[in-house]
Design a protein around this ligand. Sequence first.
Ligand code: CO8
Length: 258
Amino acid sequence: MAYETIIVDVQAYVATITLNRPEALNALNSQLLGELCSALEAADQNEKVRCIVITGSEKAFAAGADISEMSKKSFVDMYTEKFFATEGERFNNIKKPIVAAVAGYALGGGCELAMMCDFIIAADNAKFGQPEINLGVIAGIGGTQRLTRYVGKSKSMDMHLTGRFMDAEEAERSGLVSRVVPLKKLKEEVASAAEKIAEKSLLAAAAAKDCVNRAYEVPLEDGLAYERAIFYSLFATEDQKEGMAAFLEKREPQFRDR
Ligand code: CO8
């Protein structure tokens, strides 16, 4: 499929989706989000793909939702169009692991998009922020909820109320990103993480993703019960037999996603 606002590259087992609106620092408009969701769904369906990476440019992962597009909308437009609501649901339905590779600005909807991914690897020039308050609005695709879960109430309030940016070092210290690497090494580091993920059983990877995400949704008791049920269910797979046999036979496992 031909996309205008993103570039999709499938190499070996990894699909890399690059946000590509350089003229607007990859601001997220309806077209970009629609194309992103379609590309994610295609990668999720593509049997060759075992891990997905979302990235931007060296200057910006994404500088937020597109302010020019939003500025003209009324409440009724937002409400009737369900602005960005469907895209959120489509994104959350992706089963394969998604890594965000963030360099430069990840602001507003850009920070929210990065947080929707399964984890974030940041370049040392990354800057995160929820500056919507400067525009007379607030975050609208999960920022108040997800950032608070990532970094806690105090820092989240600070970010949402002052609109200040957090650099990569602070983001790592606060638990927003899993690792920070020099900008020049971002591609290499993300590729190596994605390849590592791609070596695993997709069934186990999807189960891990599902269970970790559930930790944000349900009380601990329910999450523990859910994890246990999923853990037991993996014993119905060939990959569990293969993984454990390979360990005992001191060889590399050959997972077949069965
Ligand atoms: N939307 C549209 N265009 C943008 C955006 C954006 N978010 N960010 C940057 N651009 C454009 C600029 O207008 C500029 O275009 P032009 O060259 O035509 O004037 C171009 O990108 C380059 O930007 P700058 O010249 O401003 O570059 P600087 O390096 O000087 O500054 C900044 C970079 C600091 C990133 C600056 O561009 C900036 O502050 N951008 C806006 C950041 C922001 O406020 N983001 C939040 C947007 S609101 C949001 O994300 C809400 C999400 C929830 C929606 C959910 C709906 C349900």
